[in-house]
Design a protein around this ligand. Structure first.
Ligand code: ATR
Length: 265
């Protein structure tokens, strides 16, 4: 039986095992997908287990998406350009790092039918998934990306990779068509982002990477001011789907059952 894993810290709340195991069963694959909390020093050993085929593949989440790169033999183009890996696969005895968050975000935005070409984007946060979001946005042909993060030097690090993004101070707002919450504010239902949205107007799109809870305060505010809103559920599903395709060479189905797995508010 093939073994797959998602590694991260914390990992308790990850829904990846439920989703992958559902698709594994649906497709009659002899495999199992588990989650494992790691500490930094254990990363190398885990990658060795993939190399010697004890484990067939892994998803990587916060805080290891960048750090894991030093243990890999090869990176896909997207993983290389974002310096972020969320999927590891053994290919011709080489350990390859892929980034399916890029595709996940792109397909999720396409699903919303929001016309993103030439739009102005404001990103809140500079955590693990943000390089993938920036890469996808640029690929989709946006006009301008502005980024704001509480810890400014993390925003500056991203500007070193993506030279044409603009950094603004945390707490400030600029005009935008699409605003993306990529901070962890909202994971707890009572979390509030300390920004004043009262003058931003309507006809904007509020996108939250968080999918559990289903509606964050950030999304509630967007809705309150008459804007389009969407949570990160489809992004999560599409990144998992792309990983599944890499490992099993099968395109799994997104049906009501899959949606239900993610809807555990
Ligand atoms: P990581 O930073 O380890 O990759 P993450 O969950 O991907 O983890 O990112 C958390 C993001 O939420 C960061 O951008 C973080 O800002 P800092 O870089 O300043 O830590 C942001 N964040 C978390 N709590 C926040 C808060 N109370 N106010 C503002 N930003 C917050």
């Amino acid at each position: 039986m093939k073994k797959f894993l998602v590694i991260g810290n914390p990992i308790k709340h990850s829904l990846s095992p439920q989703l992958h195991n559902y698709w594994i069963k649906q497709n009659n694959i002899d495999a199992v997908y588990n989650k494992q909390e790691l500490v930094r020093g254990e990363l190398k050993n885990l990658i060795l287990k993939i190399k010697n085929k004890e484990i067939s593949g892994a998803n990587v989440t916060v805080p290891f998406k960048k750090e894991v790169i030093s243990y890999l033999d090869h990176l896909s183009d997207g993983a290389e350009k974002t310096q972020s890996v969320n999927t590891i696969n053994l290919e011709n005895n080489k350990i390859v790092g892929h980034n399916t968050d890029i595709e996940g975000f792109e397909l999720a935005i396409q699903d919303t039918k929001f016309d993103i070409i030439n739009k102005e984007i404001l990103i809140l946060g500079a955590g693990g998934v943000v390089p993938s979001i920036i890469f996808a946005l640029k690929k989709m042909g946006v006009n301008k990306i502005v980024l704001s993060n509480r810890t400014k030097n993390k925003a500056e690090d991203l500007k070193n990779i993506f030279k044409d993004i603009k950094i603004i101070e945390w707490g400030k707002l600029v005009n935008f068509d699409l605003i993306i919450n990529a901070t962890s504010i909202g994971l707890n239902k009572s979390d509030k982002i300390n920004l004043d949205f009262s003058r931003i107007g309507d006809n904007k799109f509020f996108y939250d990477v968080i999918y559990n809870p289903k509606t964050t305060n950030f999304l509630n505010i967007g809705k309150e001011y008459g804007n389009k809103i969407e949570n990160g559920k489809m992004m999560f599903i599409y990144q998992a789907l792309a990983s599944f395709k890499i490992w099993h060479n099968i395109e799994p189905k997104i049906n009501d059952e899959v949606i239900k797995i993610l809807d555990n508010d």
